[in-house]
Design a protein around this ligand. Structure first.
Ligand SMILES: *Cc1c(COP(=O)(O)O)cnc(C)c1O
Length: 373
C-alpha cells in the first residue's frame, strides 16, 4: 500500500486538480449554471445538470479538504454559519442539543434563536462542564469549539465523544485541519469557517462540513438539504478557495510560530495582565492542546492588558500593523476589542483578541511594544 501523502503535498497539488482540457496545471473556472444534453437527451456529464446541486469547482475544493481531514465526504457551504445551520436543520423538532458556552458569538446567538423556534431543548455548558453534562443529559447533538473563540479553551474531542451517544459536531476553525484532524479524534462531523485560515486571504466567505461516516442519517439529511435548498458555494469562490489552500499548511505553520512567539513576549510584558493561548503552559487546556494539536497552536490569542476598557482601546488605537477589524486566520494580523461587539457575554473589557498573520515576527513584536508603551 502507498503511504498517505502529507498535508503540505495534498495542498500544494490541490488534491490533483488540473485542467485536462487545456493541459493547465490549475483547474479551469467554469461558471455555467446549466449543462448540455446530447441529441439523444443524455447529459454530456451525468454529474453536471444544474449548478444549484454542485459544480466541478466546488468538488475540487471539497476534494482538498476531504483529503486534509482524512474524511469520507465533505460539503462546502456559502459561510461557516450556513454550515453550522445545516447540521441543526437536520435535527427533528423537540430534539435536545448540548452546546459549549463561551464560543463564537454568532453561533451562540443563532443556535439560541433556532432552538427556541423549533422547540429544541438547548443546554449550554462551559468547556469544563461538558463531559459531566454529556454523561447525565441524553442529547441528539453536541457542539463543541476547540480552541474556543475568544477564550482559547481546548476541549478533549475523544473524551466528549466517549461521554455522549449524540452526534458530535466540532467547530475546528481556530485549529484548522492542519493542526487537528477532529474526525481522527472521534468527531462525527467537523466544521470550519473556511472564511478564516482555510482561505486565509480575507476575500472568500465559505464554510465546510466533513465526516468519516457519510452513510449516517444525519449526514444524508444534511446532504439532501444542501442539494434541494441550494446552500452552496459559487464556482468562483470555490476556485479561489482551491487556489488559497495550496499554501494552507505553510501559512498555518508560520502563523502558529508567530502567535506562540508573540504570546510568550506579551506574557512577559509589564503592561499585560494575562494572555490566553493554548501554547502557553499556564493556560487552561494546554495539556489537551499538547495531545490534540500537532505542529502548532494556531493563530488566535487573546491579550488582557492591565487596566480597563479605555486602556485596551488605547492600545488597539496605537497599533499600526495589526489592523482593527473582525475575523481571523488571514495572512494579515488583526485585532478586535470583543467587548465592544458582545458587551453582555462576560468578555473582559480589557481583552484584545489577536489574529496573528504571516508578517515578520520582529515587526509584530515591535508594533505591540510601541503600542503598549
Ligand atoms: C467565523 C467563525 C464562524 C462563522 O463563520 P462565517 O464564515 O463567518 O459564517 C464560526 N465559528 C468560528 C469559530 C468562527 O471563527
Amino acid at each position: 500500500m502507498k503511504k498517505p501523502l502529507h498535508p503540505a503535498t495534498i495542498a500544494a497539488h490541490a488534491a490533483g486538480a488540473l485542467d485536462p482540457q487545456s493541459g493547465g496545471v490549475v483547474p479551469a473556472l467554469q461558471p455555467s449554471t446549466t449543462f448540455l444534453r446530447d441529441e439523444n437527451y443524455v447529459l454530456i456529464r451525468p454529474d453536471n445538470i444544474y449548478s444549484r446541486d454542485n459544480s466541478d469547482n466546488m468538488r475540487q475544493a471539497e476534494a482538498v479538504i476531504r483529503a486534509l481531514e482524512n474524511a469520507q465526504d465533505t460539503l462546502l457551504f456559502p459561510s461557516g454559519m450556513a454550515a453550522i445551520a445545516a447540521v441543526f436543520r437536520a435535527l427533528p423538532n423537540r430534539a435536545t442539543a448540548i452546546v459549549q458556552s463561551g464560543i463564537y458569538w454568532g453561533t451562540t446567538a443563532w443556535v439560541r434563536d433556532f432552538c427556541a423556534r423549533r422547540e429544541i431543548t438547548l443546554i449550554e455548558a462551559h468547556a469544563a462542564d461538558l463531559i459531566p453534562t454529556c454523561q447525565t443529559q441524553p442529547a441528539d447533538l453536541v457542539l463543541i469549539e476547540t480552541p474556543s473563540n475568544p477564550w482559547l479553551l481546548t476541549v478533549d474531542i475523544a473524551a466528549v465523544k466517549a461521554a455522549t451517544k449524540g452526534v458530535l459536531l466540532v467547530d475546528g476553525t481556530a485549529a484548522t485541519p492542519v493542526l487537528t484532524r477532529a474526525l481522527d479524534h472521534g468527531a462525527d462531523i467537523v466544521m470550519h469557517s473556511a472564511t478564516k485560515a482555510i482561505n486565509g486571504h480575507s476575500d472568500v466567505l465559505a464554510g465546510v462540513l466533513s465526516t468519516a461516516a457519510p452513510e449516517t442519517a444525519v449526514w444524508q439529511a444534511i446532504k439532501a438539504d444542501r442539494k434541494m435548498a441550494g446552500a452552496i458555494l459559487g464556482p468562483f469562490e470555490a476556485w479561489l478557495l482551491t487556489r488559497a489552500m495550496r499554501t494552507l499548511p505553510l501559512r498555518v505553520e508560520r502563523m502558529s510560530q508567530n502567535a506562540l512567539a508573540l504570546a510568550q513576549h506579551l506574557m512577559a510584558h509589564d503592561a499585560v495582565a494575562d494572555v490566553f493561548y493554548p501554547g502557553l503552559p499556564h493556560h487552561q487546556g494546554h495539556d489537551i492542546a499538547l495531545r490534540q494539536m500537532q505542529g502548532g497552536f494556531g493563530s488566535l490569542l487573546s491579550v488582557l492588558v492591565k487596566g480597563g476598557r479605555a486602556d485596551a482601546l488605547r492600545v488597539t488605537g496605537k497599533l499600526e500593523l495589526f489592523l482593527r477589524a473582525t475575523s481571523l486566520g488571514g495572512v494579515e494580523s488583526l485585532v478586535e476589542h470583543r467587548h465592544t461587539i458582545e458587551p453582555h457575554t462576560g468578555i473582559p473589557e480589557n481583552l484584545i483578541r489577536v489574529s496573528v498573520g504571516i508578517e515578520h515576527i520582529d515587526d509584530l513584536i515591535a508594533d505591540w511594544d510601541q503600542a503598549l508603551a
